[in-house]
Write a protein that binds this ligand. Structure first.
Ligand code: CU
Length: 152
């Protein structure tokens, strides 16, 4: 009995320590890009956490497309926000004040269950100006798709 408990605790500890935390910097300028998330594309596993770090003022992070059943987020301006991603699929997010300049990002959690929807959304994303117009599609193109994966 004691042995079973010890094994169970061991499993709990090892699975908890497997969850990772990633930081996305929210920037006004990065190299030759303006109004940008860094890194703009992340591939993580279910249960991992992404922290949006308000590195420079005047930005936020808000999800605009999440997989079915997943939690959305809506960060306040200049506030750090931590998002734990419990549902697999593709997540698209924006910085609300700079959506018109395509300040956007993509996170893939596990397999890309909603890839088609995400791609369509990104293609129709209203970009009022021509700045960085290809960003969403560039980031989406980095999503890894498993062969024969179903899409919902
Ligand atoms: Cu911004």
């Amino acid at each position: 009995m004691t042995r079973i408990v010890v094994v169970l605790i061991g499993i709990l500890i090892s699975s908890a320590s497997l969850a990772e935390t990633y930081t996305v910097k929210v920037l006004s300028k990065h190299e030759d890009e303006k109004m940008v998330f860094e890194p703009p594309f992340l591939k993580v596993e279910i249960g991992d956490t992404v922290v949006f770090e308000p590195t420079e003022p005047g930005h936020n992070s808000k999800s605009v497309l999440t997989p079915y059943g997943a939690k959305s987020w809506d960060g306040k301006l200049d506030n750090k926000i931590e998002v734990t991603l419990e549902t697999e699929g593709v997540y698209l997010y924006e910085c609300t004040p700079h959506k018109s300049t395509n300040m956007v990002g993509v996170i893939q959690v596990g397999s890309a269950t909603n890839f088609k929807k995400a791609k369509e959304f990104a293609e129709q994303y209203p970009s009022f100006f021509s700045f960085n117009k290809s960003r969403f599609s560039d980031y989406i193109s980095r999503v890894e798709q498993a062969e024969g994966a179903k899409d919902n």
